[in-house]
Design a protein around this ligand. Sequence first.
Ligand code: NAD
Length: 327
Amino acid sequence: MRTERFALVCGAGGFIGSHLVSRLKSEGFWVRGVDIKKPEFSESTADEFVIGDLRNPLVCQKVLDRPFDEVYQLAADMGGAGYIFTKDHDADVMHNSATVNLNMVFYGQKAGVKKIFFSSSACIYAEYNQMDPDNPKCSEDSAYPAMPDSEYGWEKLFSERLYLSFRRNYGLNAKIARFHNVYGPEGAWDGGREKAPAALCRKVAQATDGGEIEMWGDGKQTRSFLYIDQCLDGVRRLMDSPDFNGPVNIGSEEMVTINQLAEMIMEIAGKKLRIHHIPGPLGVKGRKSDNKLIREKLRWEPTEPLSIGLGKTYRWIERQIVNQKGS
Ligand code: NAD
């Protein structure tokens, strides 16, 4: 019989963290979650849920007060372009997220955690490699010379180096993935922290057929999007790998323009809408995951087409809007 495995999920009240808790539970883990807030859209499935601020070293020590086989550090001060690229939140983003990572790596190492996962981001990649929307370069080895286009990206790069230095000097078994635009049900869909897929699903769901939606920029910038379940498949593969630690991209290679993304959502919704382009925060011109390394090292890459995940996300957001109107 398999002995019970213990996991700690930091950021368990967030989008990816709350889904990760459920995934770990379904795999038989005992799970403790920690966050400054509970998940917004459903009850956490964690065995224990601690409300606590991981910027506080005492909270970090407390949540690490028992042995853990796996720690997942996903807590971060983050949001979509409207949060990350306006420059209004830069000091908070850098200070809050770096403090959490400084605490968790230090106390995680002290507590003797067996493995720790850090969620980095595609935002670490250099802006100069992402100027051509048709040919963005995001292979793992292209991160340096570094020039991320946001302070969010710089903090992630700093924290990657932090975890790597604890691996080098203290033998901490740290594993790092660079997520590329993860989306799906139970993610932020309004309020300012939502990302493009959720924001466009909301706008399309709220529009009347034949009407119009607003979009930041000309919509010609390209991105790839990864459905939450596929993201978790990648994370679990990386954690289970005996000898590969990353940093590695976890993302899709299916690249679309933001205009195409909107068209796909309209098709799902069965609506014809005009797109009204307005000025707004944008980020780099082109970005997509490069999966050569993950294919080689983990013999895996996400395969589900964007249209499938978008369909599930659209229907969930549509239900949220109906519920909101009813309440
Ligand atoms: P999210 O904002 O939904 O989740 C982050 C969680 O961290 C939130 O619930 C927040 O309350 C919590 N948190 C923030 N500060 C905290 C603190 N001081 N103490 C305790 N908890 C705190 O974001 P997400 O989309 O679930 O992202 C999870 C991780 O993945 C983040 O580190 C993010 O930077 C990274 N990431 C996400 C994406 C994406 O597309 N969603 C892409 C790249 C990287």
